[in-house]
Write a protein that binds this ligand. Structure first.
Ligand SMILES: [Mn+2]
Length: 425
């Protein structure tokens, strides 16, 4: 189902005069600081965050799953859900698919459907962290790093298939996340595990079409608890460097040990032109997959501060912006609207930062002023800029309120039923 654009405009009408007052006040305030609000509104309107197909249903934990009804049971329905989000917020113009959960049996049709909703296909994701019933070998003891070359060959073949699916849809990147690792000391040899991973990735790399990139995600622990074959950005960087110009590191916010300085990692990877993409989420303890910005919004802002700085001052190529979150309690579509909003807020705040003054403060070792500059921006409520960036592209001034007023979930349940279950974990 797709929302009627006119209904969005009707709801906007009732909010418009308050919105314009708020916007005018904010613009005045920003103008004093030398910020061109209209330019920022345009940049925000152009900014798109890819929605992962696996976040459209209620997420799984290793415990219970509590579906809320109306979940998208097919790939078409998943694409329709992302189209719906994009109608509301004008910032979710891409979808990231997961193979084999979302195999496009008729790629031409899938492509057309996405096009009709103004959606692109972002990176396709391979999956060697689960066994597939139609495959001979098990990934219980790893995939690309496995000691047995037949298992590695099967995992390599799977990644090549994922590239083929992506090609058929017009995607231009492959994301590889490996669950490979060990849970007990002595279980594997670290060097051979790395070398197997590297050699397997080389074979996948040769299959990449000209314009494609490969993103290597890292994670310090889980599902393995002693070592992971790509545990950190250093290992990811080493592999990406060995592979070549099409290989990049992917930073998933939840894939760091608590208190890791992720913004510094972002800065270093961009300096080396090796940051390929981002998986946004938030966490309190580990890979919690919570709504972006729900726990550590200041960290998210500091990360965007480095991202914007890197985009302006390094030759790092354009980034793939993706959400990777999935959990149990909220309506998944409302949750995704919240995540995108939090990401956009952090981006907008980073855009209005006075970088020249920050640079001067750093040169003068004026620690207090540097902190003041960052925190002044972080404490500025820039949400009217976001609302305006949606309004000028016919989106909703307030996406979640609009979603609720239009009773979209109720309608989805009416169409799909209360027991429809989204494919995935
Ligand atoms: Mn991820």
């Amino acid at each position: 189902m797709i929302v009627d654009k006119e209904k969005i405009q009707e709801i906007n009408k009732g909010l418009l005069s308050n919105h314009l007052d708020d916007l005018a006040r904010l613009k005045d305030k920003l103008q004093i600081k030398g910020v061109n609000s209209d330019q920022i509104i345009e940049r925000l309107a152009d900014f798109q965050v890819a929605i992962p197909s696996w976040a459209l249903g209620t997420g799984a934990t290793r415990f219970g799953r509590y579906p809320g009804g109306g979940e998208p049971a097919t790939l078409d329905e998943k694409i329709e859900d992302v189209g719906l989000l994009h109608y509301l917020n004008n910032s979710s113009g891409a979808i990231s698919l997961h193979i084999p959960w979302d195999i496009p049996s008729d790629p031409g049709h899938t492509r057309e459907l996405a096009q009709s909703l103004n959606l692109k296909f972002d990176a396709v994701n391979s999956n060697t962290f689960q066994d597939q019933s139609n495959k001979e070998h098990s990934y219980k003891f790893g995939s690309l790093s496995h000691v047995n070359k037949d298992v590695r060959a099967q995992a390599i073949e799977h990644n090549k298939e994922v590239i083929d699916y992506g090609k058929a849809l017009g995607s231009e990147a492959l994301t590889v996340w490996l669950a490979d690792g060990t849970t007990f000391p002595g279980q594997a040899n670290f060097r051979s595990s790395f070398q197997n991973t590297s050699a397997s990735l080389e074979q996948i790399y040769t299959q990449l079409p000209q314009a494609w990139k490969i993103f290597l995600e890292y994670k310090p622990f889980e599902p393995n608890f002693y070592s992971m074959s790509i545990p950190d950005w250093g290992t990811s960087y080493l592999l990406a460097s060995q592979l070549g110009d099409k290989a990049f590191c992917l930073v998933d916010l939840g894939h760091h040990l608590p208190n890791t300085n992720i913004e510094q990692i972002v800065s270093m990877l961009m300096m080396q032109n090796k940051l390929g993409g981002f998986h946004f989420n938030d966490s309190k303890y580990g890979d919690d997959d919570l709504t972006a910005g729900s726990i550590k919004p200041y960290q998210l802002f500091l990360i965007f501060n480095e991202l914007v700085d890197g985009m302006e001052n390094t030759a790092n190529p354009d980034l793939a912006w993706m959400i990777d979150a999935s959990h149990n309690l909220k309506d998944p579509l409302e949750d995704l609207l919240q995540s995108v909003e939090a990401i956009m807020i952090a981006y907008a705040q980073a855009l209005i930062l006075d970088r020249k003054s920050l640079h001067d403060a750093q040169q003068n070792n004026d620690v207090v002023l540097a902190q003041e500059l960052l925190q002044d921006v972080f404490r500025t409520d820039i949400r009217p800029l976001l609302a305006e960036s949606r309004r000028i592209r016919d989106g909703a001034l307030h996406p979640i309120d609009t979603y609720r007023q239009l009773e979209i979930r109720k309608d989805l349940i009416r169409r799909r039923g209360t027991n429809s279950v989204s494919t995935g974990l």
